[in-house]
Write a protein that binds this ligand. Structure first.
Ligand code: ADP
Length: 153
């Protein structure tokens, strides 16, 4: 008997669960997209966060539902308003890597008060390629997985 508490076992299990095992497909839009285009993509792709990339497909920003709502409250023409003006831009984007633990990411979501993050890979120029999306839903799925895996055996 190891003498570990339930909490310690839970923590060990959470630390072993990796982003790459739970991540979703990322939805990206080009920086030239308008706020109108972004709203359409968000509905069509059924996501809450869009990742904005430059012409070389490198991450430059992120747009949330509220960013788009805020932009829509103004008197601007949404088709003429570039999404790059309203997005949260690099280096202020919180990201994660495929090998990060789900516990680490859950912590980032809570401390930054955000719904999701891009899963990225750094290239040789120090820029980031978007390879996935990790949201509160993925955390919930990991939670359910952990709670049901013993039964599945
Ligand atoms: P919503 O705005 O729809 O409630 P969020 O809570 O995720 O969604 O976003 C809150 C704010 O934080 C928005 O302005 C958004 O641009 C920004 N944001 C969202 N995700 C991230 C992230 N991964 N890194 C940095 N900023 C983010």
């Amino acid at each position: 008997y190891t003498g570990k508490t339930g909490g310690q076992l839970f923590q060990e299990r959470m630390l072993k669960m990796r982003v790459k095992d739970f991540q979703s497909i990322p939805v990206v839009i080009p920086e030239s997209a308008s706020v109108y285009d972004a709203i359409c993509s968000m509905f069509l792709e059924d996501v809450g966060t869009l990742f904005v990339v430059n012409g070389r497909s490198k991450l430059i920003g992120i747009v949330s539902r509220k960013d788009l709502l805020r932009a829509s409250m103004g008197k601007q023409e949404l088709e003429a308003l570039p999404v790059s003006i309203i997005m949260t831009r690099m280096p202020n984007v919180t990201m994660c890597a495929p090998d990060d633990s789900m516990l680490e990411v859950a912590n980032k979501l809570i401390s930054k008060q955000i719904d999701g993050l891009p899963v990225v890979k750094k290239d040789s120029n120090g820029e980031y390629d978007v390879i996935g999306r990790l949201t509160k839903t993925n955390i919930t799925k990991a939670f359910v997985f952990m709670g049901t895996e013993e039964q599945a055996k």
